[in-house]
Design a protein around this ligand. Structure first.
Ligand SMILES: [Zn+2]
Length: 225
């Protein structure tokens, strides 16, 4: 069944990612019958606010299908008004219980922003908007003494989670009411696995974090209810 709580939704994402990582994807909800079912309406169980990187396709890395994930992607998962509006639509109109900010190691947008700041050169065209959006995370990394790019990415993911809640009263109210959770995840390009680097409310979803990889013939983690 479709997950209805943030915890169930997160468990389902981790179960799908486990299948993808271990090479036993089931490709659920990708058949013609399901396509016909969801044509009448959608109830995605997670919003993914991810980096646009071509190697970060949400339905593939979480082994999901049509109608499961409401996906918004920008380079470096930068969040502007259109992104916030899209996320608010999913959680208020569609009732989606979980928001995931999805970044990844070696993120080109983060590295480009870092280089731009380091060399004090403004990038051409609209790339400046990306640099501006990543800049607070670079400052925070500097304050915390974090210099490696993947450490900076983790900070940028956490910063994105906090920025969304700080800028959207709609999201903040839903989270404080327990109707929606926000999780920041980092994806490893080579291994294909995700891990949680931030979550609001803190600790609420800890019980769903993955254990050892399942055997190839083992059913994925079931979602209670
Ligand atoms: Zn990226």
């Amino acid at each position: 069944m479709t997950p209805i709580t943030p915890e169930q939704a997160l468990a389902e994402l981790y179960a799908g990612n486990r299948r993808f990582v271990t090479g036993v994807p089931r490709h659920p909800n990708q058949d013609a019958d399901h396509r016909a079912v969801v044509a009448d309406g959608q109830h995605p169980f997670a919003v993914i606010v991810g980096c646009s990187d071509s190697r970060l396709a949400a339905e593939i890395i979480f082994d999901r299908g049509l109608g499961d994930l409401f996906v918004v992607r920008t380079a470096g998962h930068t969040v502007g008004p259109e992104v916030l509006g899209s996320v608010e639509y999913a959680v208020t109109v569609l009732g989606t219980p979980l928001i995931v900010v999805l970044g990844h190691d070696s993120c080109g947008a983060v590295q480009a922003a870092r280089e731009s700041v380091r060399t004090r050169t403004a990038p051409a065209g609209h790339l400046g908007a990306l640099v501006d959006a990543v800049a607070p995370s670079l400052l925070r990394a500097g304050r915390e003494g974090v210099e490696d790019v993947n450490g900076i990415v983790d900070i940028h993911i956490a910063q994105t989670v906090e920025a969304m809640l700080a800028r959207s009263a709609v999201l903040a109210e839903l989270v404080s009411a327990g109707r929606c959770g926000v999780v920041g995840m980092s994806y490893r390009l080579s291994a294909g696995e995700v891990r949680t680097v931030a979550e609001v409310p803190a600790g609420a979803t800890a019980a769903t974090l993955p254990g050892p990889a399942p055997a190839a013939d083992q059913a994925p983690t079931a979602v209670a209810g």
